[in-house]
Design a protein around this ligand. Structure first.
Ligand code: COA
Length: 360
């Protein structure tokens, strides 16, 4: 919290904050009730209205959406969004249990299916429908690890080779170790301000110009397809409906790559490339920093890490840095329009936001 407050360009008096949204799953059962009260205490503002937002791995994206709504409606001028998860201080058995709590209990969890297992099924089905995908999955891992190596806040700051990614131990076939996000601790914060007050804090604000959300059945067998996440498509459609730019004008994406197959699905679900072509697009180098459509310059969930409640918030933070030209070695040249995409579990919920350096 201290670092977040100190990083506001012209400083932030906590007295000015009007409301706080805390994104967290409450991994391992820590402070499931009233956890947002701790966040406002930490801010030095006990008494401030605050609420915990929980939509599994999409908690951060939904907390941002609620803050944007609070400001856009005119109800608030200054809202703080905080995402946090502490995941590593539990036993392996407890960790496995808590990694599963956002999945379908009746059909998936009781049958022993983990999230890696669900995404493994999606990857296998994708290969059956569109052809071999192993090389493209490895390229996602190589790219995101290379990007993470440029991010001082990333969980993994080391590259991996295509051979390492392809020959890694299997976690849930066809997914190997480097196809999976790690289990991480982390936190991120955002200050959402009305345009009328934003200039009190900075000369270079980043505008949220689109917000969308969607949902779908919790269990994959209840969904229309295993090679799409319809919640993402619904969220993207809503975000673009009133946005001042269209899909072709997006210059940078932060997508929810909890497993490498999820990055390919995201590119198709968001409408950035036709069905079955995300692998080819990735192998062409287009999604690397310096490519035509950079994806996950911060390393993505794969390398930056996936502290569940923090993830959606940290995606927006990366976009904030990128659009202000402050991303250092991983800067995407000239980026002015960006998209964030945050998915809950294996696709039961999704939130998409669009950002721009200008309000229109
Ligand atoms: N990618 C790359 N390397 C990883 C890694 C990952 N996802 N997870 C662990 N490692 C590395 C560790 O750094 C460690 O390396 P070291 O020996 O050089 O120190 C080594 O692998 C063993 O780490 P460990 O923590 O014992 O691995 P694990 O076998 O217990 O866990 C996974 C590996 C893939 C099972 C675990 O990271 C996981 O469950 N990931 C998915 C999390 C998830 O489902 N999140 C919700 C998504 S919807």
């Amino acid at each position: 919290m201290e670092r977040a407050l100190a990083s506001v360009d012209r400083g932030l008096d906590p007295e000015r904050v009007e409301e706080l949204y805390l994104a967290t799953l409450g991994f391992s059962g820590w402070q499931l009730g009233n956890s947002s009260a701790i966040a406002v205490e930490e801010l030095g503002r006990p008494g401030l209205p605050s609420v915990r937002v929980e939509n599994a791995c999409a908690s951060g994206g939904y907390a941002l959406r609620m803050a944007v709504d609070a400001v856009a409606s005119g109800r608030r001028d200054l809202v703080l969004v905080v995402g946090v998860e502490k995941m590593t201080d539990v036993s392996n058995a407890r960790r496995r249990y808590w990694l599963g709590v956002s999945g379908d209990t009746e059909w998936e969890r009781l049958a022993g299916l983990t999230f890696a297992g669900v995404y493994g099924l999606m990857a296998a089905r994708y290969a059956a429908e569109y052809g071999p995908v192993r090389e493209a999955l490895s390229e996602v891992a190589v790219k995101n690890h290379a990007n993470g190596a440029l991010n001082p806040n990333a969980h993994f700051q080391k590259g991996v080779s295509r051979e390492q990614a392809t020959n890694a131990p299997t976690v849930a076939a066809p997914l190997g170790l480097y196809d999976c996000c790690p289990v991480s601790d982390g936190a991120a914060a955002l200050l959402v301000a009305a345009p009328s007050v934003a200039h009190e804090y900075t000369d270079s604000p980043v505008y949220v110009v689109g917000s969308g959300a969607g949902s779908d059945a919790l269990a994959i067998q209840a969904r229309a397809s295993m090679t799409r996440i319809d919640a993402s498509r619904r969220a993207a459609d809503e975000a673009f409906r009133r946005a001042p730019f269209d899909r072709k004008q997006v210059q940078l994406l932060e997508v929810h790559d909890c497993f490498t197959i999820a990055e390919l699905l995201a590119l198709e679900d968001l409408g950035m490339t036709p069905r079955g072509t995300a692998g080819r697009l990735t192998l062409s180098g287009a999604t690397r920093i310096g490519g035509r459509l950079p994806v996950n310059p911060d390393g993505g969930l794969k390398a930056k890490g996936h502290p569940i409640g923090a993830t959606g918030v940290s995606q927006a933070y990366e976009v904030f840095l990128q659009l202000r030209g402050q991303a250092g070695a991983r800067q995407v040249g000239g980026a002015e329009r960006a998209l964030t995409h945050n998915v809950g579990g294996s696709g039961a919920s999704a939130a998409v936001h669009l950002f721009s350096v200008s309000a229109t």
